[in-house]
Design a protein around this ligand. Structure first.
Ligand SMILES: Cc1cc2nc3c(=O)[nH]c(=O)nc-3n(C[C@H](O)[C@H](O)[C@H](O)COP(=O)(O)OP(=O)(O)OC[C@H]3O[C@@H](n4cnc5c(N)ncnc54)[C@H](O)[C@@H]3O)c2cc1C
Length: 397
């Protein structure tokens, strides 16, 4: 695959409250190594990837070597053996580059490797995890259906026990990575209506993964459907360690945690681009950074980024202690993605007409974040999760 290379402006990471002082040398080394690799290999081509609606799939093996797949999965299964803050910092750097690239890596880690590691048999772990960690195989996660997005419990995809195999029927919609994935973690109901995770492999008869086209968002990430037409799935492909909706929801906790770090990365890029541009762009004989209204925008942006950084760092500590609740993770996902999309919009304004071009990364981030604010629980659904948590009253229905 050929992508046009663009010169990338020098990036200065905003760190207004000295968060770096809280990071260990190992964390900083992991973050800086990820940043350097992304700056060299993905940043120069990402705009062209998005313009062409193509993902830089040729870099997947190298991304595996960089440790972008399964950073917190134990090393015995090929993962990085790192903790949650290290995972978060990697997600931040990936999304500083592009939300679609981060999506590919966080689906692989939190929605595919995590359920196999947490709920899979030893044989499943040995078969799938090392290949997923290296990038030899890519996975996807099938929960959403065309008529069941925010309400996945209503899913229609189902399987029946046929003695020596399961027979799977139904379909899934909006599935990141599906058209090029070797394995799909599919959530489906059994004859008693209980939700289970099943590993469906590429090439199984009756299984297809058509691509979804016409996206204006996450254009460097491939999205598709999963269609199951009497797919015979071997019994050993059922995840034995979980039953019920809490299976997929626990995976979403892990993925939403990664998104909360990732969104900061997107916001950091937009802020840094706007700050540099405002210092250089002259109107009325002065840099536009000298106007009070521009300074108000920049001041509010750095304030919101700083608050999100501190929120997420603390969440990382709680996650490392296995104390982060679903509601705490939900709050960070909602707050940080909303923060990032507001910053992208304000940053775009600071760049005036240039802000809508691909010469700068802001418009791409803004459009990407329209997906990020919707997937893994929409902004409003996350408000309801916090509302439920603080009042004890479920307002979902
Ligand atoms: C690019 C992209 C990639 C994705 N990748 C994946 C993936 O890999 N795997 C996967 O399983 N899914 C994936 N999704 C699906 C995503 O998680 C869903 O789009 C999301 O959960 C919302 O579902 P929906 O689109 O059906 O919207 P709906 O559920 O129809 O919601 C529409 C609107 O109604 C609101 N709403 C719904 N219920 C309530 C309520 N009770 N109270 C108040 N408001 C409500 C919502 O907040 C929203 O504003 C992806 C989506 C996109 C766009």
């Amino acid at each position: 695959m050929q992508f046009k290379k663009q010169t990338v402006r020098k990036y200065t990471a905003p760190d207004y409250y000295g968060l770096d002082d809280l990071l260990s040398d190992e964390y900083k080394m992991i973050r800086d190594a990820s940043r350097a690799w992304l700056d060299e290999h993905i940043m120069p081509i990402i705009e062209d990837c998005a313009q062409q609606c193509k993902s830089p799939l040729h870099l997947i093996p190298e991304m595996g070597k960089q440790g972008f797949f399964g950073p917190y999965i134990p090393t015995e299964y090929g993962g990085g053996g790192l903790d949650q803050i290290a995972y978060g910092l990697i997600m931040q750097e990936l999304e500083r580059c592009d939300s679609g690239i981060r999506s590919m890596c966080s689906v692989q880690t939190s929605l595919v490797m995590y359920p196999i590691y947490k709920y899979g048999s030893e044989a499943q772990k040995k078969k799938f995890l090392p290949k997923l960690a290296s990038g030899e195989w890519i996975g996807c996660f099938g929960l959403t259906e065309a008529n069941f997005g925010s309400n996945p419990a209503g899913m229609l995809t189902h399987f029946k026990d046929c003695g020596d195999h399961y027979l799977l029927n139904g379909s899934k919609m909006w599935i990141s990575n599906s058209p090029f994935a070797q394995v799909a973690v599919v959530w489906a109901k059994n004859e008693r209506g209980k939700i289970h995770g099943i590993l469906v492999e590429k090439g199984m008869e009756g299984f297809s993964t058509p691509e979804i086209h016409n996206k204006w968002s996450l254009r460097a990430s491939i999205t598709g459907e999963l269609v199951f037409d009497n797919v015979k799935v071997p019994k050993e492909n059922l995840l034995p360690g979980i039953a019920g909706l809490k299976g997929p929801l626990s995976c979403l906790d892990s993925a939403r945690y990664g998104i909360s770090w990732g969104a900061i990365g997107a916001a950091m890029t937009c802020y840094d681009t706007a700050l540099q541009y405002s210092l250089e762009r002259i109107q009325f004989d002065k840099p536009i950074a000298s106007f009070q209204l521009t300074q108000k925008k920049l001041a509010e942006m750095i304030t919101e980024i700083t608050k999100a950084q501190l929120l997420t760092y603390r969440l990382g500590q709680l996650k490392n202690q296995d104390k982060a609740s679903t509601a705490q993770i939900s709050m960070a996902k909602r707050n940080n993605v909303n923060m990032a999309i507001q910053i992208a919009r304000e940053a775009r304004q600071i760049l005036g007409g240039m802000g809508i071009t691909g010469d700068y990364p802001i418009m791409r981030h803004q459009m990407n974040l329209e997906s990020v604010i919707t997937y893994e629980g929409t902004h409003d659904i996350h408000l309801l999760i916090t509302g439920h948590d603080v009042t004890g009253i479920n307002a979902f229905r």
